[in-house]
Write a protein that binds this ligand. Structure first.
Ligand SMILES: [Zn+2]
Length: 186
């Protein structure tokens, strides 16, 4: 029996959906280890690979408003209602990605239409390559931040040393003079 649109929606939007499970299995087979439905992160990402600093979202094309996608048929009834709903979902998705990115996470969306049998393996290969690439980017980012911290520390030490030198040069003669005057007055 075909599903009604709202049943379909529930299936697509729900957790542990069939597309998600297929992506997980494929990633697992490629040797990736991950956590699923991570509530502690914004948007409860479907798949989180901490070692690669990557969040993967498996998106239903209609529900998440996949642009120029021919995978789903647009509803003819309640058109505005669905359009509005999809628009809000898209806005929320964008906000989630912005939040996670600001925390240094790389976000990858996998669309349902990319999981069709004919293209599934290609999609998984590309996903694996992206995830591995993210690890490199993250390592580079960490190294860059480490270097920045070290440079800041060096700058601080240098400026402290300069201040000390100035104090030694500037303040001590004044103290010397002052103590001289003091002694003359006495
Ligand atoms: Zn699509």
């Amino acid at each position: 029996m075909p599903l009604t649109r709202s049943q379909n929606m529930a299936r697509i939007h729900g957790k542990d959906t069939k597309p998600e499970i297929r992506v997980r299995k494929a990633l697992h087979a490629k040797g990736f280890r991950f956590r699923v439905n991570v509530r502690s992160l914004s948007g409860t990402p479907d798949i989180v690979l901490p070692k690669y600093r990557t969040c993967v979202f498996v998106n239903g094309c209609f529900w998440h408003g996949h642009d120029k996608c021919s995978f789903y048929s647009r509803p003819k009834s309640n058109k505005e209602f669905w359009q509005d709903k999809v628009k809000r979902n898209k806005a929320r998705d964008e906000l989630v990605v912005a939040k996670l990115s600001s925390m240094g996470w790389y976000c990858v969306s996998v669309w349902e239409c990319e999981l069709k049998k004919a293209v599934f393996e290609n999609t998984m290969e590309a996903l694996a390559a992206t995830i591995r690439g993210n690890r490199e980017r993250w390592e580079q980012e960490k190294a860059r931040k480490r270097q920045e911290r070290m440079q800041a520390k060096e700058r601080k030490t240098l400026s402290e040393r300069r201040q000390q030198e100035l104090m030694l040069k500037g303040v001590s003669p004044a103290i010397v003079r002052l103590s001289k005057e003091d002694s003359e007055e006495l």
